[in-house]
Design a protein around this ligand. Structure first.
Ligand SMILES: [Zn+2]
Ligand SMILES: [Zn+2]
Length: 192
């Protein structure tokens, strides 16, 4: 069988042609050029996709659990501050004011000694910076005011709470998203 008996469909224009050399995939120089261009575009797209994937993996590697915990904590704390706008400081009773970034989110059971309580809303309240930073959380007074706000039963429930809470990376990302959204909603409600 000679090559003349073979007919091939051009890869580019789909015309039927008889190849003049083996492995010929296109019918003409014009189609050959277009074929080459398409191949190189394909190669480029593949390289770009690989690069994007590498960037994504690098980002994921940077998102360590401690980093995600920090992010989620910041979102949670901002939510607590937005929730408690206009309320008195949880441990000295002084008005917190209308600007949530001028006071802190103070944990009753501290994040340091009770990390499982770090995202428990009942355990966190708007607290003036003086009480939070300078008076070490002002714990005794915190308890008195907390009882007034949520009742003794609830305070004792918080004090007893030893439920372990484990967070996956995805869970932490979701938590941060949830509290960012909730804080935004609260702020827009306050402004309305
Ligand atoms: Zn062709
Ligand atoms: Zn205070």
């Amino acid at each position: 069988m000679t090559i003349d008996n073979i007919i091939v469909k051009c890869k580019v224009c789909s015309d039927i042609f008889t190849p003049t050399r083996p492995m010929q995939k296109v019918c003409s120089p014009a189609c050959a050029m277009q074929h080459a261009r398409a191949q190189s575009e394909k190669k480029q797209a593949k390289a770009q996709a690989a690069e994007r994937k590498a960037v994504r993996l690098k980002l994921q590697a940077l998102q360590t659990k401690p980093w995600l915990v920090k992010k989620a904590q910041a979102a949670f704390n901002a939510f607590i501050r937005a929730r408690d706008v206009g309320k008195p400081c949880i441990s000295c009773g002084r008005p917190l004011g209308a600007e949530p970034n001028t006071y802190d989110c103070g944990h009753y059971r501290s994040v340091g000694s009770a990390p499982h309580m770090r995202f428990v809303e009942e355990n966190a309240h708007g607290q003036c910076k003086r009480c939070n930073n300078h008076l070490g959380g002002n714990h005794v007074e915190y308890r008195k005011w907390l009882i007034q706000r949520v009742g003794l039963q609830e305070v004792e429930r918080i004090e007893r709470d030893q439920v372990p809470r484990r967070y996956t990376k995805e869970g932490l990302i979701e938590l941060a998203r949830h509290y960012r959204q909730a804080a935004r909603k609260l702020r827009s409600e306050h402004e309305a």
